[in-house]
Design a protein around this ligand. Structure first.
Ligand code: G3P
Ligand code: MG
Length: 247
């Protein structure tokens, strides 16, 4: 099986991360999946944003949790990246799923609940995925081990990934004990040994954030199940060259 190319926050090198433009560009470039981050608004709506705060990627200030969806929709989420994207807005998870539903894309929803453990986020997201019947091509991931455990009790048809940036003893065993069915690791944690162990245990391993040719090649070589990249177009080219060389 070849490594799936997943656009990290959409095609986030070419467009403002986690916006419709970034997802559309990822899709146009031929990416096979998209990764995105979810936070929860004051009125309990899951929205697509990496940070808990608005400052870095919008013209707002403060925390997402203190605003309603309609307040957040007034903000500009594109100008920080380039004036070419002025008027880009924060989108809800619902809007993203509507866009994705008729496209052949794998989806990774990362719950951003490791800093603020949003109440009920797991249930809200799982219900929405079920409503759109996207269970068989979605992975929900989180750095929060408690949330992995909660997810494992409610999301029985959805792939659940434990996300980690830290070197841990018995990562695979512990992820399984939490109820995860996959692991998503930061690139420095990648080793052939880990990949082989995961293959034996039938646990997919996906690697973030892989933006250089050398790193991509190493992931392809070891047979990781997926890579998260800001530059899906280049990753697809790189994978094609890699496959041609290895045949
Ligand atoms: O889901 C993989 C990766 O996105 C995790 O880190 O900070 O880019 O959301 P971050
Ligand atoms: Mg993420």
């Amino acid at each position: 099986m070849s490594t799936t190319i997943i656009a990290h926050r959409g095609a986030s090198r070419s467009a403002p991360e986690n916006t419709m433009s970034a997802f559309e560009l990822a899709y146009q470039s031929g990416a096979e999946g998209i990764e995105t981050d979810v936070q929860l608004t004051k009125d309990n709506v899951p929205v697509i944003m990496h940070d808990e705060r608005l400052k870095r990627t919008t013209n707002g200030t403060g925390y997402i949790k203190d605003y309603t969806l309609s307040q957040l929709q007034q903000l500009d989420a594109g100008t920080w990246f380039s004036t070419k994207f002025s008027g880009e807005t924060i989108i809800s998870l619902h809007e993203l799923l509507q866009w994705l539903r008729n496209k052949q894309l794998y989806l990774n929803i990362e719950l951003k609940n490791n800093k603020i453990d949003y109440k009920n986020l797991e249930n809200i997201v799982v219900d929405m995925i079920s409503q759109f019947q996207l269970q068989n091509r979605t992975t929900i991931s989180t750095f929060n081990p408690k949330s992995v455990r909660r997810l494992s009790t409610i999301a029985n048809q959805i792939d659940i990934a434990f996300l980690t940036s830290k070197r841990r003893k018995r990562l695979v065993e512990n992820a399984k004990l939490l109820g995860a069915s996959a692991v998503h690791i930061k690139y420095p944690l990648l080793s052939n040994r880990l990949i082989q162990q995961c293959k034996q245990e039938n646990i997919p391993v996906r690697v973030y954030t892989v933006n250089s040719t050398n790193r991509m090649q190493r992931c392809f070589d070891y047979g990781s199940d997926g890579i998260f990249t800001d530059i899906p177009e280049q990753a697809l080219q790189c994978r094609e060259q890699f496959n041609n060389q290895s045949t």
